[in-house]
Design a protein around this ligand. Structure first.
Ligand SMILES: [Zn+2]
Length: 288
């Protein structure tokens, strides 16, 4: 019955959600072939035109989409969606209502506790799906992942950080006719993404927002809030240029990194790594 249910779920292209299973069903899963997708991103303001769940919704939806693709592409794998966790460190956006920032150590604890709770029953593969690229947040995520991988024989991958901070998006994106390097928060990319995924959640005022630029990852802005550095509306980039076709491409890129990561995990390939300079800055945030 148990196996039958699982097969039915795959045939119907349904997503297996951990919270809907009993411990008996979970125990009966093939630990060598089961992958958990764990979406974790904070609620965070994304300008006057986008929902605070922009990162949270994207991480969760991309995980769901990746699971659907894997169910077709790799039917021998069991892909399980962990309930999306609205948690993350976002000091920078904490000066706007609706942003919920968690201590970095809490993120480490959450990631470690989730992975180890499952690892102690033999589960081995985990994909952390986060869309929030703040280095303090990633510091917490990676600290939790590394601690869990030291304690158990498990593999945990976080694919979007290496993609984003490795500037893959700039290398691969379709030509849009302007410099996209400065599109960092609630700008062209994320507004495009939301126009594609949730057009009814994008406020029409985005068309009139002026381009605003700051290098948010510059060491001199570390520990500062948006308002400290003169960002009054909470976005950095050019939201008015948003284009849902670009949004579709960008969303699919995220999905592809999750899919590839899951395949690489189970095939024993090397996990994606954050670039060296990103790791160095992340380490320097010792007070977090
Ligand atoms: Zn975002």
């Amino acid at each position: 019955m148990k196996t039958q249910n699982k097969k039915d779920a795959k045939r119907d292209n349904k997503i297996i959600q951990l919270e809907e299973l009993s411990w008996k069903q979970i125990e009966g899963m093939d630990k060598e072939k089961t992958i958990f997708f764990i979406p974790i991103s904070p609620l965070e303001e994304h300008g006057p035109h986008l929902p605070v769940g922009t990162d949270f919704l994207t991480a969760r939806d991309a995980a769901k989409e990746a699971i659907k693709i894997l169910n077709q592409k790799k039917p021998e794998l069991t892909n399980i969606l962990f309930p999306a966790i609205p948690v993350g460190y976002t000091k920078m956006a904490s000066c706007f209502p609706g942003t919920v920032s968690t201590h970095v150590k809490a993120i480490k604890t959450i990631v470690y506790d989730i992975c180890s709770s499952l690892a102690q029953f033999g589960f081995k593969y985990f994909v952390i799906c986060t869309y929030h690229m703040d280095l303090g947040h990633l510091r917490g995520i990676y600290a939790g992942m590394n601690k869990a991988m030291r304690k158990y024989k498990i593999k945990i991958s976080e694919p979007w950080g290496p993609y984003f901070h490795g500037k893959e998006v700039e290398k691969r994106e379709p030509k849009v006719g302007f410099d996209t390097k400065k599109e960092v928060h609630g700008g062209f990319r994320e507004t495009s993404l939301m126009k594609y995924q949730y057009p009814y959640l994008v406020d029409e005022s985005y068309k009139k927002l002026q381009s605003i630029h700051r290098d948010l990852y510059s060491p001199r802005f570390i520990g500062k809030t948006f308002k400290d550095i003169g960002i009054k509306e909470g976005y950095v980039g050019s939201p008015a240029r948003a284009d849902s076709n670009y949004g579709r491409w960008y969303f699919q890129e995220t999905v592809n990194t999750y899919v590839q990561s899951a395949i690489d995990l189970t095939e024993g390939k090397e996990l994606p790594q954050l670039p060296k300079h990103t790791k160095m800055i992340m380490k320097s945030l010792f007070w977090l």
